[in-house]
Design a protein around this ligand. Structure first.
Ligand code: F0G
Length: 416
């Protein structure tokens, strides 16, 4: 496998070797991986052939596309056969949103229960190759779970910075259980993110937040797998929740590359949905992306409780290049969407439900036509945040005496 890929600055286009230990340009711009175009037009077809293979690298929905992710050999990868997630068409959710052509890509079906595994397999693989010792991230709980798990698989130490008291118990347990050291910061995610950026600049830790360009490379494969699920016919819209905007950035890059390499003949439009209490990207969109102003974020969807997204430059470019939009939804709308998704049998965590809440509004506004083919990405598993379920008013749990007559009464009520 030839290795002609390089790192390039999003702002000034300066380039660096692919495996140089850095996350930003000398001008402080964000870096991205630029792949050589050679052979890429055949990769969609090659990835189809790999669906039949038993090699772990081919079974991974990330490394099936390895030449265009991080060009490495299968034995160099830290993989848990991530990706390969379900692609669901559910009548009840088509009705709920008003979108007849709706499909759901459930990234909660990844090994640690969120889409973060796709970026983390790439970032930890590179960390191992670079020979770094200590990996770090700031997180609202999913990135930290993924880092903790993949670092364990690679035999590397991880330290994670979480906003104290603001991470769901399930994510906290997962992060601790896989063996990471947790530093619970008395502040919010944005404070924790700043700490990790500073530590990375001082070269104290290897940072695997989505500022790390390899995270973006892994997460691109959500889009490529969706296109593969649709037999390389691009949908009209792809809808995703937005927090730190790593996914929005990755999706934009994946769409551009798939189009430039001839895998698809039209570009889907991207819709990023934010919680209205954590909406700096939405506000910036309304002003034509001239600037972005940090806000103090608050939302029930703790995964996207982020007021100062670090990927603004890449993400705004993704929206512009795909003729996309940014929307916002209230916590009430998020919970209503979550209830619909849960009751459909699929289930997801609150942040993921922002996608369907947003889509419903887009259909009502006539922006998405009923017949459009739409793919909504569900980012995290239902069990990631059980508190959000247990607070619901409509759960059907009643205490009952261990007595045949009492039980019979309940069953009779259910039949009627
Ligand atoms: N959905 C879920 C379930 C998330 O965990 C996140 C981000 C997002 C959506 C937003 O994605 O940042 O790429 O725009 N969670 C990060 C974390 C911040 O630390 O787990 P984004």
């Amino acid at each position: 496998m030839t290795n002609k890929a390089r790192l390039q600055c999003v702002s000034c286009s300066n380039t660096y070797p692919l495996f140089e230990l850095r996350y930003e340009c000398d001008c402080q711009g964000l870096l991205e991986v630029i792949h050589a175009d050679d052979g890429m037009n055949n990769l969609a077809q090659l990835s189809d052939q790999r669906l039949m293979s038993r090699l772990p690298a081919d079974r991974s929905g990330v490394w099936r596309f390895r030449e265009a992710v991080v060009p490495l050999q299968p034995d160099e990868l830290v993989t848990q056969q991530e990706g390969g997630t379900g692609f669901h068409h559910i009548e009840a959710l088509c009705q709920w949103t008003g979108s007849k052509g709706l499909y759901l890509k459930h990234e909660g079906e990844n090994p640690t229960g969120s889409f973060k595994d796709r970026g983390m397999t790439a970032a930890v693989t590179v960390a191992k190759k670079l020979g770094v010792k200590l990996l770090a991230c700031a997180s609202t709980g999913n990135t930290s779970s993924a880092l903790s798990s993949y670092a364990a698989r690679a035999g590397l130490q991880a330290v994670v910075f979480l906003p104290s008291g603001k991470v769901s118990p399930g994510k906290m347990a997962q992060t601790l259980g896989y063996g990471a050291h947790v530093l619970a910061v008395k502040g919010d995610f944005d404070d924790a993110m700043q700490i990790v950026r500073d530590l990375a600049r001082e070269a104290q830790v290897y940072m695997v937040n989505s500022l790390n360009p390899f995270r973006i490379e892994g997460q691109k494969t959500i889009i490529w797998e969706i296109l593969q699920d649709l037999e390389w016919q691009a949908p009209d819209w792809i809808v995703v929740p937005g927090g730190n905007l790593g996914n929005t950035s990755a999706f934009g890059k994946a769409i551009e590359e798939a189009f430039n390499w001839g895998w698809i003949t039209k570009k889907p439009r991207l819709a990023t949905i934010q919680a209205s209490g954590a909406n700096p990207f939405y506000k910036s969109f309304l002003k034509g992306f001239e600037t972005i102003d940090a806000i103090q974020a608050e939302t029930i969807a703790t995964a996207i409780r982020i007021g100062n997204p670090v990927n603004f430059t890449r993400a705004s470019r993704a929206i512009v290049n795909t003729r996309g939009i940014v929307g916002q939804v209230s916590d009430k709308e998020i919970l209503a969407a979550k209830a619909a998704i849960d009751r459909s049998g699929l289930g997801c965590e609150p942040a993921s439900a922002a996608t369907l809440a947003g889509l419903k509004l887009m259909v009502q506004a006539g922006l998405v036509k009923k017949e459009d083919k739409v793919v909504a990405v569900l980012t995290g598993h239902m069990l990631k945040d059980t508190d959000a379920i247990m607070k619901s008013q409509t759960l059907a749990c009643e205490e009952v005496e261990a007595d045949a007559k009492a039980i019979q009464l309940s069953l009779d009520r259910l039949r009627n």
